[in-house]
Each structure stands twice: as structure tokens, then as C-alpha cells.
Design a protein around this ligand. Structure first.
Ligand SMILES: Cc1cc2nc3c(=O)[nH]c(=O)nc-3n(C[C@H](O)[C@H](O)[C@H](O)COP(=O)(O)OP(=O)(O)OC[C@H]3O[C@@H](n4cnc5c(N)ncnc54)[C@H](O)[C@@H]3O)c2cc1C
Length: 371
């Protein structure tokens, strides 16, 4: 049974955020900026955040050349520019909010690996730089054939396209510091609190938590559950997309530094702590990866390992230390959903593979829907 004290002090909030990933905490922090005295609670279903925000590769990515060219087949130029701008603004906000040190930011740029059948992409560099010239004062893409010899890739890699606007972060540090910043500003955080239903009336929203008798009363609720949103909002147009990752043990003599991708961003790798973190491959098994299950896909993990040994690190002795998955959300368009579902319920979801970049900005946009 719930006591009077519990009802008054623990079960009443101005704002409740469902989902403790980058969007959930960014929304909480933007609400705090706008409403210094509001009571704010973040509810997370897992013991740790259990979606993508602590599982990703930590690329501070604005898009590779081949990805942007592919996007232009399904989106207008304005839509593509809008997405790149969102990523740039999101990264700037993240850096400003937490500081580069606290997110382990390294702004070394990135390289896209170009294979023989992709050499025609080089012809588009000028056009794409021009397209993005309203966002970036200097051209961001350039061919860097001279860098290949120092990387030691297989000879299948014919050249690279350097993107000066990209970098990487330390995903674990970023999320830990986002959570501690929120807590230092009086934002409450409860884990193992899966929201199973929301009941809205004229005075507020009742938030029901799995296996808990107490109902939390909120003035407004923000749904930041990304790939898991269909249980609360079945009408949303999104599908889950699982991502597979592996990380090697430390590799003696590893000289590779920085962040790399290939195949329209479907594969990505980086150096971290003297190891290589390598992920992707969803495009070789889209059907099985449309899943919210935290399960390894043997076909993709095998593909990653083969590419790691033969393409990225030929000649190195490599041992795999860990493998894991994370769940993203995709839709017919790359644009995320930032929407008022009702007068008191708002959703910020469907971040695709770019939530590290856009998550902070999305939280800001979501918080601005309240007035
Ligand atoms: C393998 C992988 C690699 C990636 N690499 C990159 C990258 O390099 N760069 C980049 O920009 N992006 C990358 N992404 C994408 C990025 O991680 C996501 O877009 C971003 O983390 C989404 O953040 P979010 O807060 O919307 O969702 P999530 O991080 O998924 O957070 C949602 C949270 O809601 C919780 N939740 C769900 N349902 C409920 C409920 N009913 N009640 C309470 N809590 C609930 C979940 O447990 C979860 O913690 C990658 C993703 C993956 C999976």
C-alpha cells in the first residue's frame, strides 16, 4: 500500500521522461534549462540503459560521402542538408553541454574506404561539398589516397575520402556524465522501471510501472524509448534495427588511429584503447536484424570477423575480446519523429544510426514542444 508521504513526495512530477538513453537525458537537461524549478524524473526499464545509447560505436558522424549520395536518391537536397545540420548542431550541443573531455571527444576527422567499384564516387566530392557549403564554411570532403599506406589495409582498398567534420566520443563516458549532470541538477533517475501504460486526463498523466502498485502522476510525459516505442505508441511509423559489434583484445603495435567507415556507413570501425571496435553488416541480413532481441547474429559476426582479419588488419594477430548488440529504430524517412502525441504526451524517437550526433538536439526540440 502507498503512504501519504510516498504519494506526495515520490509519485508526483511536473515532467516524466520514459527512456534513459541519450534522448531521454538530453530532454531532461533541456527541460531543466527552460524550467529551473520543475520536478523531473527519468524512468529507465533496464538496470543499465538498454537500447542503443550505451551500445553504439561512438562515432560523432555527420555522414560519409557514399551515405549522403545514397540519401539523395530517396530524400530531397533540402532534407539531406537538414539532417546534416541536425547532426552538426547535436554534436555541438553535446560538446557544449558536457565538455569535450567528459565525452572523450577526438576530432580527428574520419576516412571512408573506397573500393574499385566505388571510384566513381570521387567525382561527386565537389558537388557534395557545394551542397553542404551553407552548413560548413570550408569543404569537408577530400580524397586522401596518400593516407592508405600508413593504415595497412588490404590492397582491395583503392583510396579514402577524408571527412574533416567527423570525430569520435567515448560512449560510456558520455552517458555516465550525461546522467551525473542530470542528477547534479536535481533530475531524478530510476532504473528497473518499465512503463507499461499511460492514462491521460484533463489534469495530467498517470504513469503505470510494471509490477508496481504506485502510479506516478505527471503533468507532462516525454516518450524517448526509440526502438521500443511501439508498446506505448503502436501507431508510430518505425521498425527496430539491430546493430552487431565486436571489439578486439589490445593489438601490440597497432598504428591505426581515428574513425573509418565503408559501404554507405553500413560498416564502421575505430581504434579505442589500443583495440579495434568494428560494427555493422545489418545490410547483409536486414530481415533477421529487424529485431529488439539482444542476440548475436552469427552470419554478421562471421562477416565482421572476416573483414576485420582480411581487409582491415591483414598481417596482424587478432583476438576478439567481446561481442554485443544494440537496438536502433528506422523508418521510411531518415528524419526522426519529434511530435506532440496529445496535449500532455510528446515523443522523440526513430534516430537511426545517428543518435550520438542528433540526440542532444532532439532533446532540445522535444523540450521546446512544451509551452
Ligand atoms: C550498434 C550500434 C552502433 C551505433 N553507432 C552509432 C554511432 O557511431 N554514431 C551515432 O551517432 N549513432 C550510433 N548509433 C545510434 C545511436 O546509438 C542511437 O540512435 C541512440 O543511442 C538512440 O538514443 P535514444 O535515447 O533515442 O534510444 P535508446 O538509447 O535506445 O534509449 C531508449 C531507452 O528507453 C528504455 N525503454 C524502452 N522502453 C521503455 C519503457 N517502456 N519504460 C522505460 N524505459 C524504456 C530502453 O531501455 C532504453 O534505454 C548506433 C547504434 C547501435 C545499436
Amino acid at each position: 500500500m502507498i503512504s501519504y508521504w510516498e504519494k506526495v513526495s515520490f509519485l508526483n512530477y511536473d515532467y516524466v521522461i520514459v527512456g534513459g538513453g541519450i534522448v531521454g537525458f538530453s530532454t531532461a537537461l533541456s527541460l531543466r534549462d527552460n524550467y529551473p524549478k520543475a520536478s523531473i524524473l527519468v524512468l529507465e526499464s533496464g538496470f543499465l540503459p538498454s537500447g542503443a545509447s550505451t551500445k553504439n560505436a561512438g562515432f560523432a558522424c555527420v555522414g560519409s560521402l557514399s551515405e549522403i549520395i545514397e540519401d539523395l536518391r530517396t530524400h530531397t537536397e533540402d532534407e539531406v542538408c537538414e539532417l546534416v545540420k541536425l547532426r552538426k548542431d547535436g554534436l555541438e550541443l553535446l560538446k557544449k553541454r558536457l565538455g569535450e573531455n567528459r565525452i572523450g571527444y577526438q576530432g580527428y576527422g574520419s576516412h571512408e574506404l573506397i573500393f574499385h567499384h566505388e571510384l566513381h564516387l570521387l567525382e561527386h566530392i565537389k558537388k557534395i561539398n557545394t551542397l553542404l557549403s551553407n552548413i560548413y564554411a570550408v569543404p569537408i570532403f577530400e580524397e586522401r589516397a596518400q593516407d592508405i599506406s600508413s593504415f595497412g589495409f588490404s590492397s582491395e582498398v583503392k583510396t579514402t575520402i577524408y571527412n574533416r567534420a567527423e570525430g569520435s566520443i567515448h560512449t560510456g563516458k558520455m552517458m555516465k556524465n550525461l546522467i551525473s549532470k542530470a542528477q547534479s541538477l536535481g533530475i531524478e533517475y530510476k532504473t528497473r522501471s518499465q512503463v507499461v501504460a499511460l492514462d491521460e486526463d484533463n489534469t495530467g498523466v498517470l504513469v503505470h510501472i510494471k509490477d508496481e502498485e504506485g502510479r506516478i502522476r505527471a503533468n507532462k510525459v516525454f516518450i524517448c524509448t526509440n526502438a521500443f516505442s511501439k508498446t506505448l505508441l503502436p501507431e508510430l511509423d518505425l521498425k527496430p534495427g539491430r546493430g552487431q559489434i565486436l571489439i578486439t583484445k589490445p593489438i601490440p603495435g597497432l598504428s591505426l588511429k581515428g574513425t573509418f567507415h565503408f559501404d554507405q556507413g553500413y560498416y564502421y570501425f575505430r581504434e579505442i584503447d589500443g583495440r579495434i571496435l568494428f560494427g555493422g553488416g545489418r545490410n547483409i541480413d536486414f530481415i533477421n536484424e529487424e529485431s529488439t532481441l539482444d542476440e548475436l547474429n552469427e552470419k554478421i559476426q562471421h562477416d565482421l570477423e572476416q573483414k576485420l582479419r582480411h581487409l582491415i588488419l591483414p598481417g596482424y594477430e587478432v583476438a576478439i575480446d567481446q561481442r554485443w548488440t544494440g537496438i536502433m529504430a528506422f523508418g521510411p524517412q531518415k528524419k526522426p519523429i519529434v511530435q506532440a502525441i496529445s496535449p500532455r504526451i510528446f515523443a522523440g524517437v526513430r534516430l537511426g544510426g545517428m543518435g550520438v550526433a542528433i540526440g542532444s538536439k532532439l532533446g532540445e526540440m522535444l523540450a521546446e514542444l512544451v509551452n
